[in-house]
Write a protein that binds this ligand. Structure first.
Ligand SMILES: Nc1ncnc2c1ncn2[C@@H]1O[C@H](COP(=O)(O)OP(=O)(O)OP(=O)(O)O)[C@@H](O)[C@H]1O
Length: 577
């Protein structure tokens, strides 16, 4: 047998009382795609960080082509031919692809950056590995999938022969993910070894050669992907099959208050805001107690009317979007990154003031804080959802502090109960949330927001970075929130997730809704076509008409104009609509 390209031997790493890696052995052959899987907190990131020189192990060592490496920092790892592509890219948006790739290792000519040489070598590399990147393009103008290739090019430019990819498809569309894996296979064919950390077992089985499974810091399985099923991997990961023991879930906070408004606004109807062809097919959702919610006749809990949002540079990112979400309904939003869905969510949650248009909760336009009526799980967990230096307990309470100000015992009790209910793994509720594994921090945010007693729930990428067992649990919780009568707006780049959870799926492209489909009609083909603007599907026809109809209506109908402008200027909007 050949000498492995890299070999981790007996790696042990503790963080205080937490044993993150416990005598881990892992060998990666030259030209092999080796997946590392395991539930949240299993120790995958810690192991990769040790390999990349970001953490020092307490015991064990790392061999490169059979020779022991000294890894004091990433610079040592890079010098030994290792490269890592993190989930959060480290690129300068204002610089070109070539400048980003060579930065820190620039070709110089008479003391100056040799731009021509930089472009040439980046173009050569891109060509050699079939990366399809224009070296002269400005990184800020590139889609996410292409930015990721720039990160990979950066590593290859530094002569990486072992590439660590940390959940590389978390930010990619299905098409981009397929492109990435074609490229990964190409790289492997050229002799590059790829370490792939992911929660997506279909990717592991499709793109990997071998798999190492971690659980509680130890290796619990080694597989060749040939002849291995996803279920075998799951059992090694979580100790059971997924179907064997579905989690029992109780709705954390059923919303019982009745809606205050009984009719969707006539203005909205006149403007075509109700996407009729699709609404009529909405299936009633039975709930315990025999009451059906989500009936076509139910008024909207959340309604968006002819919303326009502009970014800081004045560019329109949401261009006339209208839809409603009824109690007991999950409306999914799909779209390639940058299609306006993030700004739409910002406007719905009150984080961004729309340029025009209205957001209504239970029929009333909202202007100020939505904190107490809209629970929100942001996609950008580290940036928006948590205060990293605060404890897990404090983070579990954020937004709900008032009741607990004088009751530290209450804070701890509530936190402990959420930790149990959501199976959050942490040494204690007192540790800073930054010390939790990515998936466990994500579960904490979901626990906090799902347990808040709000009629509307807005969730972005709920299962990004969480393990398969937790994915199942989170899906069950979202379904329970829906069945308890909440209106749920779900943004997800996982089409399969939208299909499992949503009652209807809206697709956004260039700031508009290009498809509005009941879930039964939301095939990959239809969604894919709408995501690239190639087709207008189902009620999107109406949706497109909605834009112009609403504009006309807004300019000719006094009530509509009032509704829109009152909301935008932040004046008392309660009487409008
Ligand atoms: N800097 C740190 N300080 C304290 N504890 C840490 C630190 N980094 C990781 N841990 C702990 O080590 C354990 C392993 O975490 P790690 O991030 O390696 O897991 P993971 O398998 O990558 O999880 P995920 O899939 O959620 O990203 C967890 O219990 C985590 O809380």
């Amino acid at each position: 047998m050949s000498v492995p390209a890299v070999e981790l031997v007996g790696i042990t790493k503790r963080f205080g009382g937490v044993l993150a890696n416990d005598g881990v052995d892992l060998a990666v052959e030259r030209g092999e795609v080796h997946a590392v899987v395991g539930e949240n907190g299993a120790g995958k990131s810690t192991l990769m960080s040790i390999l990349y020189g970001l953490h020092r192990p307490d015991a064990g060592h790392v061999l490169r082509s059979g020779a022991r490496m000294r890894l004091r920092s990433p610079a040592d790892a890079i010098a030994h031919g290792l490269g890592m592509v993190h989930q959060r890219f480290r690129l300068f948006p204002g610089l070109s692809v070539a400048e980003n790739v060579v930065i820190g290792a620039e070709p110089m000519r008479r003391g100056m950056l040799d731009r021509a040489a930089a472009r040439r070598s980046v173009a050569d590399l891109a060509e050699r590995y079939g990366l399809g990147v224009d070296p002269g393009a400005r990184v800020g103008d590139l889609p996410v999938g292409t930015r990721q290739r720039v990160e990979i090019l950066k590593a290859l430019y530094r002569r990486a022969e072992v590439l660590i990819l940390d959940e590389p498809t978390a930010v990619l569309t299905p098409g981009e993910a397929a492109g990435l894996f074609r490229m990964v296979r190409e790289l492997a064919g050229e002799g590059v070894s790829v370490l792939l950390v992911t929660h997506k077992l279909n990717e592991v089985l499709a793109a990997g050669d071998r798999v190492t499974v971690l659980r509680g810091g130890r290796v619990t399985g080694r597989f060749s992907t040939a002849g291995t099923s996803a279920d075998e991997l799951v059992r090694a990961m979580i100790g059971r099959s997924l179907a064997a023991a579905p989690p029992t879930v109780t709705e954390p906070s059923a919303v019982t208050e009745p809606s205050t408004v009984t009719e969707p606004s006539t203005v909205a109807k006149a403007a075509g805001a109700e996407v009729t062809g699709v609404e009529a097919t909405a299936t009633p959702v039975p709930v315990p107690g025999g009451v059906a919610v989500g009936m076509p006749a139910d008024p909207y809990r959340l309604e968006v009317r002819d919303l326009h949002v502009r970014d800081r540079d004045g560019v329109t990112t949401v261009a006339g979007v209208s839809f409603g979400v009824r109690p007991g309904e999950i409306v999914g939003i799909a779209g390639v990154a940058g299609s306006g869905q993030r700004d739409l969510v910002d406007a719905v949650t009150g984080l961004r003031r729309p340029h025009s248009g209205t957001v209504l909760l239970d029929g009333r336009p909202v202007t100020g804080s939505r904190e107490r009526r809209v629970a929100y799980v942001p996609g950008d967990r580290a940036g928006r959802a948590t205060a990293p230096e605060l404890s897990l307990a404090d983070n579990l309470l954020m937004g709900d502090q008032h009741g607990f100000l004088l009751d530290p015992g209450g804070v701890r009790r509530r936190a402990t109960s959420l930790v149990e209910r959501f199976s959050i793994r942490a040494a204690s509720v007192r540790v800073p949330i930054a010390q939790l594994s990515g998936g466990n921090a994500q579960k904490a945010v979901l626990a906090r927001e799902l347990s808040r007693d709000t009629p509307v729930l807005v969730v972005e990428e709920p299962t990004q970075g969480v393990d398969v067992g937790a994915q199942e649990q989170i899906h069950a919780l979202l379904a329970a929130a829906r069945d308890g009568g909440r209106a749920v707006l779900l943004l997800s780049s996982e089409l399969s997730e939208l299909r499992v959870l949503a009652d209807r799926v809206l697709v956004m492209f260039e700031g508009r809704v290009t498809a509005a489909l009941p879930v039964a009609q939301a095939t990959d083909e239809r969604l894919g076509a709408a995501m690239t603007g190639a087709a207008m599907t189902g009620a999107a026809m109406t949706g497109a008409a909605t834009t112009s109809a609403a504009t006309t209506s807004a300019s000719t109908t006094g009530a509509a104009t009032t509704g829109a402008t009152v909301d935008v200027r932040g004046q008392a909007g309660e009487s409008a609509g």
